[in-house]
Design a protein around this ligand. Sequence first.
Ligand code: MN
Length: 416
Amino acid sequence: MADNHVRVFDTTLRDGEQAPGFSLRPAEKLQLARQIDALGVDIIEAGFPIASPADAEAVRQIATEIRRPVIACLARCHRADLEKAAWAIKPAARGRIHTFIATSDLHLKVKLRMSREQCLEAAVESVRYARQQTDDVQFSAEDATRSDIDFLCKVVESVIAVGATTINLPDTVGYTTPDETRDFFDRIRARVPNSDKVIFSTHCHDDLGLAVANSLAAIQGGARQVECTVNGIGERAGNAALEEIVMTLRIRSDRMPFTTSVMTKEIYPASEMLTKLTGQGVQVNKAVVGRNAFAHEAGIHQDGMLKDRRTYEIMRAEDVGAPWNPLVLGKHSGRHAVQRRCADLGFQLDGDELVEVYRGLMSIADDRKVLTDQDIRNVIARARAVQPAPHDAVDPFDTPSAAQPAIHESGYGHGV
Ligand code: MN
């Protein structure tokens, strides 16, 4: 693969699924795996087989049915985990065992009660065993970003020596920053003598809202695999969002000259399926897939959009497979947008009638948050029922009154 190609490792079905409120039944995991396959990701992490018999079964079903991508699953550095993982990916066209152990002193002392030497030995033994089961083995140094760098380099070099093919350096607790991440990957790749034999991977969490920024910085530091999830779901504040990473690489290829294999038109269908299966919606202002990601209520923005959508949109909803109904009517909307929506509903409004309907809508907009098509029909019906004869109509622009709100061509709303 070209040196600028970034492998997308989707962990929606593992890190995402293990977050509170996101658990899925095996049949649901299989259904979502089909859609994630349609997205074109390179690797699907299907689960953590030792966690439950159902999850082991789900991984095995996905490995049996989904043939194109690599199917990975997670295992601690324990023989029982590794055996279960090997069983689960056995039917895969290409199966990967992903084994991990924490390398930070905090995790070693408090959680694992192990010395660094014991940690190193467990990592090496596990990777060696995993390589006897499959030739695709990923090793993750959990809490890598808070680990002693000398020890981390020693672990990474040692597991590469016994056959690890991908080295993942997770920011398990979402602690790092973009500049630190780039430097971290640069340094480790430079210091580990056999680093050219493997693909480096990043896995970032969003505790400080930096997961995507850190993932992109890792790519700039030499990572060529990025771990991420649909809608950014995952432990605590979640993982890096697949759709944000992919669309940043797409839209800003001038600054980030890297490619992925993701079919962007499948992004929104994947997001929607995940929402339906878990019952957990995405925040309305979520980048790329949120309900408001391509919606405009402010009059100044709507006016710009009606003239040329590039004024307020850097990407097209259709490129990510999302519906495009950009003009949301609310109290910040202007007459242009109201006129356009009415026309879409079959009502040609001009002059006084448009003014009347516009005033009617604005008078109820405060209570509505968003004006619906039914609100519009009701207001038009009322306006037409009481509409004075044309020669009686008063042009509000000729007789401005303090009692009436001024009507602006493009409405109110934020211009910046
Ligand atoms: Mn994680």
